[in-house]
Ligand binder design. Structure first.
Ligand code: ATP
Ligand code: NAG
Ligand code: NAG
Ligand code: NAG
Ligand code: MG
Length: 350
């Protein structure tokens, strides 16, 4: 009984294809077809309404919005957005918590026409670098010098300590969460260094408070870059380098190559100041990460494990510093190994 069908099948093979094989073949074909169709469906870019993934360029979706809306233009910004109160003030923008269709949004206004160039550069960067690493753009009006972005009630990273100190956020004030924040930050630098607009350097970051003020803390405790007003391009193959501002920089928060190299004998002169590359961002990472790690239980243990990579970031020679990607990989390894260690400890205690 057992053997008969097999014999039959074997005998039949050379002459005609058995129905099972045909069925299988049909299934494979159907699968391939389905795969191609789905691929086509997901890859097609103009898909504004009701997509679960990110919106295409020129559209946005925030909060509970179910579909993508086009960026608001001048007319809508003028008539539909109501400023409520000032929440931020910088050299370039004055920022207002505002209301749009019963939603909280952030309206930025140019402070002075003298810095309009920076304002428009920042807008251009915001438009081109929309990604999970960058604050969501909701609209803009160049004529009125206004930009509308997603509002983040926890504000900039300058408020991090105060925020995490609140009792309602004690549960996220852990070394794990804080190391995750440092990974977000390095992830942003990594994104800027490999951006769709080429290698971009975060120039407006000459001291720690300034640096922290350029990033926002989201309500789910991740970090997004917000102020992109000074993101010059580095291109190693065309030997294009950058200078952050035209004034002399001092102190050890900025990279050594950003300091005036000719001593006191020669007074500072912008034309004589050598340009530098993206490694100035790497130099600052240990300081920013250390701030983000803070002083909770486990912070120092993490610092200890990051000692070597942070030491490499502080190499006097820029080329010897690691890339943001290498730092990110190291952070991830440390997070995973410490997590495993803590789990093993916990298990042993039980
Ligand atoms: N979307 C937002 N949600 C909440 N707060 C915001 C938002 N955008 C800006 N702010 C607040 O406003 C401050 C200033 O914003 P921003 O850095 O964009 O201004 P700026 O004038 O470009 O600054 P700079 O002086 O660095 O040039 C931020 O540090 C933050 O505290
Ligand atoms: C918040 O931090 C301050 C020090 O900056 C400390 O004195 C205070 O006890 C902290 N509050 C809470 C709720 O942990
Ligand atoms: C960098 O420079 C090279 C050589 O000049 C050029 O081909 C390339 O397009 C440039 N890249 C960017 C992002 O500008
Ligand atoms: C956290 O919030 C940001 C923006 O507010 C959102 O893009 C992201 O998907 C959220 N992440 C998670 C894990 O919810
Ligand atoms: Mg700023």
């Amino acid at each position: 009984m057992d053997k008969k069908p097999q014999e039959h099948r074997q005998g039949a093979r050379p002459r005609e294809v058995p129905p099972v094989v045909l069925l299988l073949l049909a299934m494979v074909l159907m699968n391939a077809l389905l795969y191609l169709c789905l691929d086509q469906f997901f890859a097609s870019p103009p898909q504004p309404p009701g997509q679960p993934s990110r919106c295409p360029s020129g559209y946005f979706r925030v909060g509970q919005m179910t579909s993508c809306s086009p960026w608001l233009a001048c007319e809508e910004l003028r008539t539909q957005v109501r400023p409520l109160k000032r929440v931020g003030d910088g050299a370039v923008k004055r920022v207002f918590l505002s209301e749009w269709k019963e939603r909280k949004v952030a309206l930025s206004r140019l402070t002075s026409l003298e810095v309009r160039g920076d304002f428009l550069h920042g807008l251009q960067m915001l438009k081109s670098l929309q990604s999970p690493h960058v604050v969501t753009l909701l609209g803009y009006c160049e004529e009125d010098n206004t930009i509308l972005t997603e509002y983040h009630p926890l504000g900039s990273l300058s408020n991090l300590e105060e925020t995490l100190n609140l009792s309602k956020y004690q549960h996220v004030n852990t070394w794990q969460r804080r190391l995750q924040l440092a990974m977000d930050y390095v992830g942003i630098i990594n994104y800027l260094h490999n951006s769709p607009l080429g290698m971009r350097v975060m120039c407006d970051a000459n001291d720690l408070p300034k640096t922290l003020s350029q990033y926002l803390l989201t309500s789910n405790f991740s970090i997004v870059a917000n102020d992109l007003d000074a993101l010059p391009l580095v291109n190693h193959s065309s030997r294009t380098f950058v200078k952050c501002g035209h004034r002399e920089l001092r102190g050890d928060f900025v990279a050594p190559e950003q300091l005036w190299p000719y001593g006191d004998d020669l007074p500072f002169h912008d034309d004589l100041m050598p340009a530098y590359d993206e490694k100035i961002d790497i130099w600052r990472i240990p300081d920013v990460s250390s701030f983000l790690l803070g002083h909770v239980e486990g912070s120092d243990m993490v610092r200890f494990h990051l000692f070597d990579i942070h030491k490499a970031c502080k190499s006097k020679t820029p080329a010897e510093r690691p890339t943001a990607q290498e730092i990110l990989d190291t952070y991830r390894k440390v997070l995973n190994s410490l997590r495993d260690a803590v789990m093993t400890q916990t298990r042993e205690m039980l």
